[in-house]
Design a protein around this ligand. Structure first.
Ligand code: MRU
Length: 347
């Protein structure tokens, strides 16, 4: 599946599969302006670190397309790109994508607005294609970490929907299945947005990969019963020392995996590694609207006026991670030097 992020060059429109409505409805969400792209990112029409990076890149192209070349257009466009980069704070892929376009613009020097639009369109398409390729490569590396007959627990959705296609954690699972391994998946439901129950289960069922959904709070019992052999999750930002931010609840899964001696892998493209962030403590954690916790399907489940916590991510310390699966191979501790070497290869 990679039609969930589709740019129509003739109409200059970005078409997104509206992930808020899955699995019940497959609806298109069209963006014609950078503002609509920001709305799509913030309301989670599209979500998942690599997917929001690619979406942001197309948003920058829409920003380049909007407006004339009157005095100060470059400054106005620069401000519009910054607004896109700030749409969500934790997933570094968002800023990474906008920075990459800004760097190409700087390198190209003086450009007319139509020429800049053409440059952004080309670059956004390249990012989309590269992300699918990175997922397939990291999937093959990660598949070697799974054994025939394994049941793999995953948290949130790090699948095709969360990337430009194929997926990171689910890419590892897909590649293992393509290699002929019999793999079963347990998808944590992932409160409050239910990415596991709604999206991971939907994707894997469509691919014919056996998947069960479990409540987040069932994890300890499932592991204690011996029902989980491996954990593979995605990441929103990996710090220079290997600490990894991912969907809220991931840290708890990692602690349980350590307790039960179950290997815990993080799968992510190199674009998710942020060498500027020294460690997990420096990763900004998004707080989302209380309504995501106080209501389920529009129905209130907490008393009025009771405050809630809605941190969207947590950070798993590097010490709990058995391997970081990237398109440059499976990085092993000590992660600082391993990350440096992997990033040096692509520069
Ligand atoms: O809030 P979300 O749904 O954007 O969070 C997504 C996750 O935490 C994913 O696990 C992560 O982005 C990896 S996606 C390949």
């Amino acid at each position: 599946m990679n039609e969930h992020i589709r740019f129509d060059r003739d109409a200059l429109e970005l078409h997104l599969l509206d992930q808020r409505l899955l699995p019940e409805e497959e609806a298109d969400f069209a963006c014609r302006t950078p503002g609509e792209v920001i709305t799509a990112l913030q309301t989670m029409v599209v979500r998942g670190a690599p997917a929001i990076g690619v979406t942001a890149a197309w948003g920058c192209a829409l920003a380049a397309a909007a407006g004339d070349e009157s005095e100060g257009w470059q400054e106005r466009l620069t401000a519009a790109l910054e607004d896109i980069a700030r749409a969500r704070p934790t997933a570094v892929n968002l800023r990474w994508a906008v920075d990459r376009l800004r760097a190409r613009w700087r390198a190209a020097g003086e450009l007319s607005r139509p020429a800049l639009l053409e440059l952004f369109l080309r670059e956004a398409q390249a990012m989309q294609d590269e992300d699918v390729a990175a997922c397939k490569t990291l999937g093959r590396f990660g598949a070697d970490c799974l054994e025939d007959g394994d049941t793999v627990l995953t948290h949130c959705n790090a699948g095709a929907l969360a990337t430009a296609g194929y997926g990171t954690a689910l890419g590892v699972i897909r590649a293992a299945v393509e290699q002929g391994k019999r793999i079963q998946v347990i998808a944590d439901e992932t409160r409050p947005f239910l990415q596991g129950a709604r999206l991971t289960a939907w994707e894997l069922q469509r691919d014919g990969i056996p998947v069960s959904v479990a409540c987040d709070n069932a994890c300890a019992l499932l592991m204690q019963k011996g029902l989980v052999q491996r954990v593979v999750v995605g990441a929103d930002r990996i710090a220079a020392n290997g600490d990894a931010a991912n969907k809220i609840g991931t840290f708890g899964v990692a602690l349980l995996a350590r307790h039960f001696g179950i290997p815990f892998y993080v799968a992510a493209p190199l674009s998710t590694i942020d060498p500027q962030t020294a460690d997990g403590a420096a990763i900004p954690i998004e707080e989302r609207p209380a309504g995501e916790v106080t209501h389920i399907s529009g129905r209130r489940v907490t008393p009025v006026d009771v405050p809630v916590y809605n941190f969207a991510f947590d950070v798993t310390p590097a010490a709990l991670i058995s391997g970081i699966v990237t398109e440059a191979g499976v990085l092993r501790p000590s992660y600082g030097p391993a990350i440096k070497a992997a990033l040096a290869e692509v520069l």
